[in-house]
Design a protein around this ligand. Structure first.
Ligand code: NI
Length: 186
């Protein structure tokens, strides 16, 4: 496995629509493993291929194990290839988001409470997942990346977008008191 270079918000590749993946198998598995490693090393909970400069429709996600002890989807790595939204809840919830490609910035974004997504795994097998709460938010944030959309596009007003100084994030990590913001970078 290898850590890939994450690209940042001014990079035009983050604004393009990614293409469907056609080749499944070991090379795709290796790419997904690299993406998981890259995401974890950057303290993220989601990473889409365009964020490492690859315009392919896949993303990885993983909630920290302790995020919600009752949630069986916590601590489980997800790899979704060619994901499609099948259904979302009517109800939306406003929640905090950050993005590994927009470091230090956080904002409030409305998202459906839950989403049903169909996708392929790295071997081309069909999968279907119902995600709720934070995992639904991550899935929707990552699918946005595949369409060239960033969370800042969905922040309603400037007062719902703010910056956290990097030294504050570092201090939080050192004291093991991670803020929600640190945990929610995707
Ligand atoms: Ni992101």
């Amino acid at each position: 496995m290898a850590i890939r270079q994450i690209i940042y918000a001014n990079d035009p590749r983050l604004r393009q629509k990614a293409k469907r993946v056609k080749q499944f198998g070991p090379a795709l598995k290796a790419l997904a493993d690299d993406m998981l490693e890259t995401m974890r090393s950057a303290h993220g909970i989601g990473l889409a291929a365009p964020q490492i400069g690859l315009l392919q429709r896949l993303f990885v996600a993983e909630l920290p194990e302790d995020e919600d002890a009752d949630d069986p989807q916590s601590g489980k790595p997800f790899v979704l290839v060619n994901p499609e939204i099948v259904k979302t809840s009517q109800t939306e919830v406003e929640g905090e988001e950050g993005c590994l490609s927009i470091p230090t910035w956080y904002g409030l974004v409305w998202r459906p409470e839950w989403v049903v997504v169909k996708a392929k795994d790295v071997n081309g097998k069909s999968i279907r997942i119902k995600a709720e709460g934070l995992l639904a938010r991550v899935f929707l944030h990552e699918i946005d990346h595949l369409n060239g959309v960033l969370f800042i596009d969905r922040v309603e007003s400037p007062d719902k977008l703010w910056q956290v100084k990097p030294e504050d994030l570092e201090a939080d990590r050192e004291t093991q008191v991670e803020t929600e913001a640190v945990a929610e970078m995707a």
